[in-house]
Design a protein around this ligand. Structure first.
Ligand code: PMP
Length: 375
């Protein structure tokens, strides 16, 4: 079945093979040997051996794919990226105390999501804006040499891919080299599994699953073990990373079906050749789309070339009165959900792992044809 290409920012396109497999297994899940168990995954107890095997496989596959070191815990939680904006300071802000006896966090704000993270953390800890790309309209990442990092922060928060603004850190900052003793906290919601992660630079990374990993409802947290056990007394138990880790993410009922589907995505990623292969494909897709934008007289992208996102490509039409015609024609051509985020307008093509090169080629061909007929 040939489906349209779906450029949604999230919840987003899923690999078709995964949807087909989930559909096939919906009523009666088969184990690795093919033996059917008489239940769908949604109907299984999270403590039964069937689901425990699904969980263990998903965790092991993700650990292998992302090369997560043994001293990091993988937690499958709920609440999404926005809940993590509170859960992270509730768990990590007390790693150190600042001069006033409070924990504090530094924020590097490179777009809407890191801005929200700072606002939320302010409820739970001292917080400090170390750098902001806002004055330049979030079109570049402030040079790390200019960041004003606190001497006593527990962690430094970055959003390594800003989904709305299309700004990506192509390498994670090395806080030690910048003279900071703080832990690096990374919101990698919108590009997790699109490229490798240098865990030597990271204390904790989190992301909602609904862009590159699977269905909404699952939140991935990868945290170094020595950062567990420092939660504030007010931290809800179900959001205390140590409690979650000590209970293999089953202190409360985990999002079982979302974990299962994400597990199918992990197996699909392995069949594609793993993260290195995805990264190569993602670079090729992004290059093609940015070349099409930069080479046109109708479309433009405002982000500095050294930090353009490979996953979320916002672009604008010089003549905004053509926006509706562009979107209507795209839909006709089988290219869905290209409308930009309401806060920035224009268009946005999210080209996550599940979008093949052919999808980007089809988008570029449509953009060029639209330009010829409206230029
Ligand atoms: N961080 C980033 C980078 C995001 O893209 C999003 C969602 N688009 C969020 C956080 C918020 O995630 P959720 O809606 O899952 O809370």
């Amino acid at each position: 079945m040939k489906r349209p290409y779906n450029f949604s920012a999230g919840p987003a396109a899923m690999p078709q093979e995964v949807l087909t497999q989930a559909a096939d297994e919906m009523l009666d899940w088969p184990d690795a040997s093919g033996k059917r168990c008489g239940m769908g995954v949604m109907e299984m107890s999270h403590r039964g051996h069937e689901f425990l095997s699904i969980y263990a496989q998903a965790e092991a596959d993700l650990r292998e794919l992302l090369a997560v070191p043994a001293n990091f815990q993988i937690l499958f939680m709920q609440g999404g990226g926005l809940a993590e904006n509170a859960i992270v300071p509730l768990n990590l802000s007390a790693l150190k105390k600042d001069a006033s006896g409070r924990g504090r966090a530094d924020f590097v704000v490179t777009g809407s999501w890191s801005e929200k993270s700072q606002q939320e953390a302010a409820k739970y800890c001292g917080n400090h804006l170390a750098a902001s790309g806002k004055p330049e309209g979030f079109t570049r990442i402030p040079d790390a040499g200019t960041w004003k990092l606190s001497a006593d922060a527990s962690y430094v928060h970055i959003c390594s891919n800003e989904t709305i603004n299309g700004v990506e850190f192509h390498t994670l900052p090395d806080l030690k080299a910048l003279g900071s003793k703080a832990e690096l906290v990374v919101d990698f919601s919108s590009h997790v599994a699109s490229r490798g992660v240098d865990w030597s630079r990271v204390g904790l990374a989190f992301g909602g699953a609904q862009k590159n990993l699977g269905p909404a409802g699952l939140t991935l947290v990868v945290v170094r073990e020595d950062l567990l056990g420092h939660a504030l007394a007010i931290c809800p138990s179900a959001f205390n990373y140590k409690t979650v880790a000590d209970n293999q993410s089953m202190y409360n009922t985990p999002p079982t079906y979302a974990i299962y589907v994400a597990g199918l995505v992990f197996q699909w990623l392995k069949r594609q050749g793993g993260i290195a292969a995805m990264e190569r494909a993602n670079i090729a897709k992004a290059e093609l789309l940015y070349q099409t934008i930069d080479g046109s007289g109708l479309y433009f992208n405002k982000v500095h070339t050294d930090c353009r996102s490979r996953m979320n490509v916002p672009f604008f039409l010089q003549d905004e009165s053509l926006n509706d015609a562009f979107l209507a024609g795209a839909k006709e051509a089988g290219l869905l959900q290209l409308k930009g985020h309401k806060s920035v307008g224009g268009m946005r093509a999210s080209i996550y792992n599940a979008i093949p090169l052919e999808g980007v080629q089809a988008l570029c061909a449509y953009m060029q044809a639209f330009e010829r007929s409206h230029g």
